[in-house]
Ligand binder design. Structure first.
Ligand SMILES: C[S@@+](CC[C@H](N)C(=O)[O-])C[C@H]1O[C@@H](n2cnc3c(N)ncnc32)[C@H](O)[C@@H]1O
Length: 263
């Protein structure tokens, strides 16, 4: 994607990594990645990470959780350059492949992966039926889809807090609710579909993040991105914390299994 189309330009990545840690464009760090895959044995497994960003989750899956290999895809080339550097520094370059893709069908043959993982990226993909059908296709029989995504609730469309967050921010969303997501996953052919609403966790954390951004991290952020971007971002983060507090923004864990032989 060309420079002006980037949703995650350098200054935005710097802001996000200042609060969430190098390699993370989503909240919770290694601990939350562990929560997403809790109970799934990754040892020796080949994993696809959709929307890998700057590589933090892929590093955790290989370095800490035993995945044999992670193929990590994203649509923004500069993020993949950062991800490769981060993987080198974490000594998992040999277990990770970072690949630029076009939005749309996953460029992999049927049954390529044991596990398909994603953290907080599917919100950007509009055609959920096509997405989950394709995720099912690239999994082997018995393979597992395990992810987190930013979902909405029944109040999201009518929430002034969410409207304020959406209107102040620059990201393009295609949000679904937990019920809608579970239904579209079942429709695609997944079994054992389960969702876990992480709103209570993130409502609290987003308030803490706001306090950090407007307090101890203020000077560092202004030095990195300048006062104008910083001031606007504080307003975005206030709106985000408010949207999470009223339950209109819900990080949600997702699980599903491709029917077939489990190994
Ligand atoms: C909020 S970031 C999350 C990044 C990473 N998963 C993490 O947790 O740090 C969302 C990511 O999804 C990527 N993305 C957006 N649309 C995509 C698509 N159609 N296919 C793959 N990645 C996509 C963005 O470029 C961005 O890196």
């Amino acid at each position: 994607m060309s420079g002006e189309e980037l949703q995650y330009p350098d200054d935005f990545v710097q802001r996000l990594e200042t609060i969430w840690g190098i390699g993370f464009l989503s909240p919770g760090g290694p601990e939350e990645v562990g929560e997403i895959v809790k109970g799934v044995d990754l040892a020796g497994q080949h994993v696809l990470d959709i929307g890998c960003g700057t590589g933090g989750p892929a590093i955790v899956l290989t370095r800490d959780l035993g995945a044999a290999h992670v193929t990590a895809i994203d649509i923004e080339a500069p993020l993949l350059t950062r991800a490769e550097q981060n993987a080198q520094e974490a000594h998992v370059a040999g277990k990770t492949t970072f690949q630029l893709v076009e939005p749309g069908p996953l460029p992999f043959p049927d049954g390529t992966f044991d596990i398909v993982f994603s953290k907080d990226a599917l919100i950007h993909i509009k055609d959920k039926a096509a997405l989950y059908g394709d995720v099912l296709r690239v999994l082997r029989p018995g393979g597992i889809f395990v992810a987190s995504d930013w979902l909405g609730g029944e109040n999201t469309e009518s929430s002034p807090e969410f409207a304020r967050f959406r209107d102040l921010g620059h990201l393009k969303f295609a949000m679904a609710t937990g019920e809608e997501t579970a239904a579209v996953m079942r429709q695609a052919g997944f079994t054992g579909v389960a969702t876990r609403n992480r709103n209570a966790w993130y409502a609290k954390l987003s308030q803490f993040e706001y306090e950090q951004i407007s307090g101890p991290l203020r000077d560092q952020l202004i030095e990195t991105v300048g006062e104008e971007i910083y001031t606007h971002w504080v307003a975005v983060r206030r709106a985000l914390a408010d949207a999470a507090t009223v339950g209109a923004l819900r990080p949600t864990h997702l699980r599903g299994v491709k029917p077939g032989i489990t190994t």
